[in-house]
Write a protein of this length. Structure first.
Length: 369
């Protein structure tokens, strides 16, 4: 089957850090297009895409708006349920998000479901859909806000690509691989996992560093809150990018969290957490990898630990170019992930990022820091 490339650049080679091959696109060339990393998407399904309605808005460049419909064959990643998370008691004016538990049985439950999607793209020429779109079996990436699905992109499938995409969707968040070989987010660092820590034969591990995959403990709770700015304006009501990640043990027994490492009492947050920004995974800035013996963090009943992280310090992420945009930061430990929204104002937060890159303090100078 011929592979069509739509609103995404074709993932033409392995996820082992190789550069994608040049391919002829059926859509207009746009600088904003990037290849899909299937392993970090909120929702990935196999199904058929149907174009329902098209509308062009006469501005320059033109905005092409589409209503699409996806008939789901199988859910590979994420959750398509309409269930809402239970509310939690938190102080007023403090936003907190509790990560939902993954539902392994969801893949079978969602077969045959029809998903209505809204999508728009702003470019000079109208995108050209494949002629056989409605008969093409595709893998589709989606995100969800409330009950509305947003279209990220798709790729039509052949047997080889289907096997590859399925494999990517089974990997821990931020890990990449092909044909049974995988790389962790720390694979570009020189640090090699200490050889004295013996891996089990069936354990997934990074082919470059020897780091084993260590998962989250689903009896623990992860939450995130935005740290308010010291000096609030209309451009930073979501703060200056600092986010407090809190992990709690609300059970009556001690919990071990394998994915979160420690040396003595020092918690190795930078060597454990993975960030996802606009569909791309990153290790935390300042991470040097683990080449020494470590232990899993253990939490006593009613104990909680936290750290403040500023995702704006990630140098290679794709940041908004428009005046204002709502983006999402995803915090990941093993297979566990927590997504938090953030309003990015270019005028303000571009300056914040420049300060972070230069190692300058974020607090206003008149505070005397």
């Amino acid at each position: 089957m011929k592979t069509h490339v739509g609103f995404l650049a074709f993932l033409a080679c392995s996820a082992l850090g190789q550069q994608p091959q040049e391919v002829k696109k059926t859509f207009a060339e746009e600088a904003s297009l990037s290849r899909i990393d299937w392993g970090v998407q909120d929702i990935v399904v196999i199904g058929e895409v149907k174009k329902v309605r098209t509308k062009a808005i006469g501005v320059q460049p033109t905005i092409f708006s589409y209503n699409l419909e996806v008939k789901v064959e199988e859910l590979l990643r994420g959750d398509l349920s309409n269930k809402k998370l239970p509310r939690v008691n938190v102080p007023q004016k403090v936003e907190i998000n509790i990560a939902p538990q993954r539902r392994p049985e969801a893949a079978k439950e969602e077969a045959g479901k029809l998903i209505q999607i809204r999508h728009s793209v702003r470019q000079e020429k109208e995108p050209v859909f494949p002629e056989d779109l409605n008969q093409t079996r595709s893998v589709v990436a989606l995100s969800k806000a409330g009950t509305v699905y947003r279209f990220i992109g798709w790729e039509s499938l052949n047997d080889k690509r289907e096997e590859q995409v399925r494999f990517e969707c089974t990997l821990p968040v931020g890990w990449k691989g092909r044909e049974g070989k995988v790389l962790s987010p720390w694979s570009e660092l020189k640090a090699e996992w200490p050889p004295e820590e013996i891996r089990k034969k069936d354990t997934l591990f990074c082919m470059k560093t020897g780091r084993p995959f260590l998962d989250w403990n689903h009896k623990a709770t992860m939450a995130v809150t935005k740290v308010p700015s010291v000096y609030v304006t209309n451009l930073n009501r979501d703060g200056d990018g600092e986010m407090r990640v809190t992990i709690s043990n609300f059970t009556e027994k001690q919990l071990t969290i394998p994915a979160l490492r420690r040396v003595g009492t020092r918690i190795l947050w930078k060597e454990s957490l993975v960030l996802v920004i606009k569909g791309k995974a990153f290790r935390l800035p300042g991470s040097k990898g683990i080449s020494y013996p470590t232990d899993a963090v253990e939490l006593d009943p009613n104990e909680e630990i936290s750290v403040v992280i500023n995702p704006l310090s990630v140098r290679d992420a794709v940041w908004p170019t428009t005046t204002a945009e709502r983006i999402y930061f995803k915090f990941c430990l093993g297979q566990h992930e927590l997504k938090s929204p953030f309003y990015y104002y270019k005028q303000h937060h571009d300056t914040i990022r420049r300060k972070l890159m230069a190692g300058q303090p974020l607090r206003p100078l008149f505070l005397g820091d």
